[in-house]
Design a protein around this ligand. Structure first.
Ligand code: SF4
Length: 346
């Protein structure tokens, strides 16, 4: 399989050009074709000589590929499936990853995947149940942006699809660099949010190296209870994650939020709200309460609307901005990992 050009920096593309017998300045032209003009074939790159395009095509791939499936929700949410080189063990063939486009007013947010499956084993997550099948390359991550139908209209991105982005930090970081560089897509980092369960060493690198927003999946303020749902708590306790987060400035351009999926009878009462308030004290942040999409063989249902409202009021009365996230795309199984899970089973 040929290596993809997508994800490479202009400096790296210069080396590619030279290795194909072309002048160094072709590297800059390649970056423009890939990231500004979003070329889908070498043929499109008309200011590179025909011989040059042929030499490039003989050794390299652009890295774009069309989705292999798409489902549209009645609320406008669209879920795309892409084939990935990482094999799905239960399908005996190519695995599939998902990208979900969520429209909201003028916004078009793309929820992107960073891995095929996931190693982290959170018990409430369908992606976690599928096991880990491989890391996506930066090209496979960027292809999600380039190959959805709404590509030209995308306004925001959340790394909140399949996988733990910080468990594939090098490729995710490379994709974010392309997204935010002036020679790349030129997006402001404020348009991007990375969501993590808190892989501390890579979280530190992310906070040092990028200016994007951060979302931390918290889900329970009590260590033992969190551990019962999220094995990561054993390696990187949420208290240590928060100690790290507190060392960075989230009062200006960059924001931190905490994701809190509501499970009836597990984490949705006054005791949990109060513990969460104590845990987040002094941090300028927002909490997003999320309705749980029920999955098979799992003991908890989502909390009632009344319990969610009461939880939100308690947080807001204590100075924490709190929103209840609207469910989107329920009719197309838009919760993380659900459609690709179905696809793999087929
Ligand atoms: Fe992985 Fe995120 Fe699912 Fe946990 S919730 S298993 S980190 S994809």
């Amino acid at each position: 399989m040929k290596e993809a050009l997508l994800g490479k920096t202009p400096e790296e593309l210069k080396a590619v050009a030279v290795s194909c017998g072309l002048k160094p300045f072709v590297g800059k032209q390649l970056a423009e074709w890939l990231y500004v003009h979003r070329a889908r074939s070498f043929e499109d790159m008309t200011n590179i000589s025909k011989a040059g395009r042929e030499a490039l095509a003989a050794s390299w791939d652009i890295g774009v590929s069309e989705p292999v499936g798409c489902a549209s929700s009645s609320d406008g949410t669209r879920k795309y499936l892409f084939a990935t080189a990482a094999p799905a063990q239960d399908a005996g063939g190519l695995g599939a990853i998902e990208a979900v486009m969520i429209p909201e007013g003028e916004r078009r947010t793309l929820c992107v995947s960073s891995q095929a499956g996931c190693k982290m084993g959170c018990r409430f997550c369908m992606t976690g149940r599928q096991g880990f099948h491989g890391n996506l390359s930066a090209a496979e991550i960027l292809n999600q942006f380039l190959s959805v139908e709404e590509s030209a209209e995308l306004s925001n991105a959340v790394f909140m699809g399949m996988g733990e982005p910080l468990d594939n930090y090098e490729e995710v970081s490379r994709a974010i660099t392309v997204l935010t560089a002036p020679w790349g897509f030129g997006w402001s980092p404020k348009r991007i949010t990375l969501s993590t369960i808190g892989v501390i060493p890579k979280l530190k690198r992310f906070l040092d190296e990028h200016r994007c927003h951060l979302a931390v999946s918290l889900h329970n303020p009590f260590p033992e209870e969190r551990l019962s749902m999220m094995p990561v708590q054993g390696a990187f306790p949420i208290g240590d994650v928060l100690d790290l987060v507190r060392r960075y400035d989230f009062s200006g351009q960059r924001r931190v939020s905490f994701e809190y999926t509501m499970f009836a009878g597990f984490n949705d009462d006054k005791r949990h709200a109060d513990a969460l308030i104590r845990l987040l004290r002094g941090l300028e942040c927002r909490v997003n309460l999320i309705r749980f999409h029920k999955i098979p063989d799992f003991e908890y249902d989502t909390s009632s609307d009344a319990a969610m409202e009461a939880f939100r009021s308690r947080l807001e009365n204590n100075g924490i901005i709190c929103t209840i996230r609207a469910s989107r795309g329920e009719d197309i199984l838009a919760a993380c990992g659900m459609l690709a899970g179905r696809h793999s089973q087929r």
